[in-house]
Design a protein around this ligand. Sequence first.
Ligand code: ATP
Ligand code: MG
Length: 577
Amino acid sequence: MRYSQMLLPTTKETPSEAEVVSHQLLLRGGFIRKLTSGVYTYLPLGLAAVQRVAQIVREEMNRAGALELLMPMVQPADLWKESGRWQKYGPELLRFTDRHNRESCLGPTHEEVITDLARRELQSYRQLPKNLYQIQSKFRDEIRPRFGLMRGREFVMKDAYSFDESDEAAGRSYDRMYEAYHRIFQRCGLEFRAVEADTGTIGGSFSHEFMVLAATGEDTLVICNECSYAANVEKAKVAPPVIEEGGEPLQEMVRVETPGMKKVEAVANFLKAAPSRFIKTMIYLADGEPVAALVRGDREVQPVKLKNLLGAVDVELADDETVFKKTGLPVGYLGPVGSPIRMVADQEVMAMRNCITGANEKQFHLTGVQPGRDFSPTVIGDLRQITAEDRCPSCGGSLRLTEGIEVGHIFKLGTAYSEAMNATFQDRDGQARPFVMGCYGIGVSRVVAAAIEQNHDENGIIFPLPLAPFQVIILNLGVNSEAVTVAAEQLAEELRGEGLEVLLDDRDERPGSKFKDADLIGIPYRVMVGKTFEKEGKVELRRRRDGHTETLAAGEAAGAIAAMVKAELAASAHPEN
Ligand code: ATP
Ligand code: MG
């Protein structure tokens, strides 16, 4: 491909709307253009990167025995009513009505459609197991689309669904996908972890997320330093507190004036007490209803744990105005004693004694509060976010926290969908039984963004070789010299003959701007054909990743470069080696 004929609109300025580096570089490098909020056009370079990921995914899914198909994007509401998700899914589901007044939606995921297909096409245990997948655009009306390809409203996903005759067989299907996902992300050249995860709206009993480690990740992971335990903090269990025998004598409750002090820190300073003495009262709206979540003063509520504890569909922190409107209570002075709203307490709170809390009265706090004596929550459970100071829930070892980008998610679904939708097969005894299902997603377009978050420098993207839209870029640095131009074109031709994807920068531009563009778009190998060729018949090869440079005789360059690229690709294609 000739640069002069490409649609590759690079820019110098960092677009102000782009907060994270992958979004900035994808725009600056001419990979994507925004159509409307969370909806992007993939320009040729962006599409090529997405296709690289898709191809690796496809190869590994096929290797694992999955079958590719393609389902419609438009889905009838009736199927979603059968599964119960028409009500449950909430505003992320884009619903619409057609000219016949039939309700439909754009597919955010395809459990309903595939379960409907299975109940029609799979009748007998002899046809099982089956794993069916597609690579397709999904639509989710995300509340906060942001970060470019990271969280779009329309994005490319690979979604797979397995059907088995028993839990045991479904477990094997799950394990096969777990392994396939490891191969996929290794082949993409990414640093990642598989972590235990919450099951969310998709439902089901068991799941792992695949996380690309990057500082801009929206998820926090907890990783054990001593065993293989790794989990999303949304899921990571905190061990119940050890209750000390004896301890301090119980105090009486006392009301103290704390003028203008709303934050734990301020009151703690004023009363000369540690924040761990406090009970923090946070008001959340659980499916619209206010609930008070209680944690120790130096802890944080983990909203997904709160949601699961309450069995709610949606939980969000209430802002000050909503708190006042819904409860009439003074923000900053909330507490559990005499609270008129439902209370959920972290297990640790119930082991505290002589606590400090808000008094539900402006400018006042209470000291000497005893959980159980002075207030009783409706629900008690594991509610707080795990910290690096906690112990590993699996081995008791020390923990560390890190940020991750979720690029894949695998679930054991069990029979939730097949029972709801009456999708059955005849088992070995001739009995009708519901399929045991699993589902497996990969954010194909998000992988491109995650790869950039993990691999870039101040000059631009550094694509892992397997994801690069072109493996080699040749810079013709003497467009006015016939000899240089012929040599550059010949090298491009030879490399293509070796099966490589090559971009030939044949533009009449200064070398400096060619270097800048090549760095920005992140092509792993750059060959410069210019003065050294004219003088000595040599070209220069520069590796984007580490700046390593070598000089090659023009006649030998194609063979040497092709060997390098192929060796590197082969190493990533066989991750076990
Ligand atoms: P998240 O927690 O990030 O919203 P999710 O749990 O909703 O993700 P799944 O339903 O498991 O995601 O979807 C499968 C995969 O699709 C995810 O692992 C992620 O990589 C990708 N994905 C999900 N939502 C988006 C989005 N809005 N934009 C781009 N990719 C997405
Ligand atoms: Mg989501």
